[in-house]
Design a protein around this ligand. Sequence first.
Ligand code: FA5
Ligand code: MG
Length: 449
Amino acid sequence: MLKLFTPRSLISTVRCTARAYSAPVKSLTVDGKTYPSDEWTNIPPFILDLIQRKLHKNPDHPIGILHDLVKKSMNGMGYTIYDEFHPIVTKFQNFDVLGFPEDHPGRSKSDTYYFNKEHLLRTHTSAHEHECFQDCKTPGYLITADVYRKDEIDRTHYPAFHQLEGARYWSRLEPNYLEKIQQDIDSIPKTNIIVEDPFRDQPITENNPKQTYMTPEEVRLVATHLKKTIEYLVNQVFENARESAKKAGSTEPYLNEPLKVRWVEAYFPWTGPSWEIEVWWKGEWLECCGCGIVQRQVLLNSQLGEDKISWAFGIGLDRIAMLLFGIPDIRLFWSLDERFHKQFKRGEISTFAPYSKYPGVKRDVSFWLPSESTLHCNDVMEIVRSHAGDMAESVEVVDEFVHPKTGRKSQCYRINYQSMERNLTNQEINVIHGNVENDLTTRFDVEIR
Ligand code: FA5
Ligand code: MG
């Protein structure tokens, strides 16, 4: 089956210095800390480069603008803000403490970037729930951070993106705590969102059971507070976008329609029951956020005591920012091109105006695979990216067959090299493409045809 991968920005002009793909390194040093390598190490240099970018801390970048808008919307509602956490965390923080089963696919080397057996790039902001529950002095907290996943790359997926985590807890030892939760629900500002939620009054279902330590009424109240908080947040963000669009003179019909969201059941190892919210935006349901009632074990692991009940959510910021700013490709967020950055200013939601592209140079690489080959499409993609940096516009499998007599397998990948700054010369592409072929041969033992 042909599978299309389009790695790296269509429009970005970052020129990563070409460095060889992780020829076995003894250790990796980041921000003064050294991580000895082992058989788990799988972080390519281009991912290491992204760690330093901290887009959510840049007030003039769409991700930073959205982050600031969220902070402003939640100000005064009892949430401590955390946005300085380093992206390198332990396996314990990212998985174990949250109760991920040992065989959960998220733990695998093909899903997660590992420095070594113990250290990895966080795959979600939930990796900091444990420490925030321990540290925070307010009833809740918000975490914004860059997260990393070995994902395929296309318009809405990139191996680095951003999440906003929120959590809130109550103590059952507080007198009249159920009334207190109801008051907290009532104090969330009203929205005129249209909500489809078959589970609002009956949050517990066969597929989405409650934890035994909670009563149905506690679940109903905590879930209602959770959902109203997310609806409020989503409403704030989208209302802001609408206002900006109207100010900019847009007359699109959706600007006058009320925002519509729906709740669906979900599963996360550290929450139960769990849900996701989807937002109806320009004719499509868009998955925005996972959430649920925090498993008691996570609260106990954080030494919060036996009396707490709590919710948590995690929103993907990049996809929301794409909608708000009309950004057609998630890779653009990582562009260093002035023509991208000069379009955005702190506190303002403006609509992105695309700029032109230079033509690309297509090159094919065909090879025979060794019989026990472990080569994965993602490996080819990462090799190309490590030599071409952001000039790697796309990589796709264009041909694949098994020789009828010898049984050998052959593959052909087509690579499109492209720069936004200038026309590329054949000569420079020859050098880069030659390095790609070399790397494939030495690392995966393929025979170039
Ligand atoms: C999580 O990451 C959970 N940590 C969320 C959570 C937090 C659940 C707290 C319960 C309690 P999920 O993998 O679905 O869940 O990702 C959350 C959001 O991140 C998605 O809804 C989506 O908006 C965004 N997202 C996921 N993968 C990508 C990607 N490759 N590129 C851009 N955005 C992504
Ligand atoms: Mg999801």
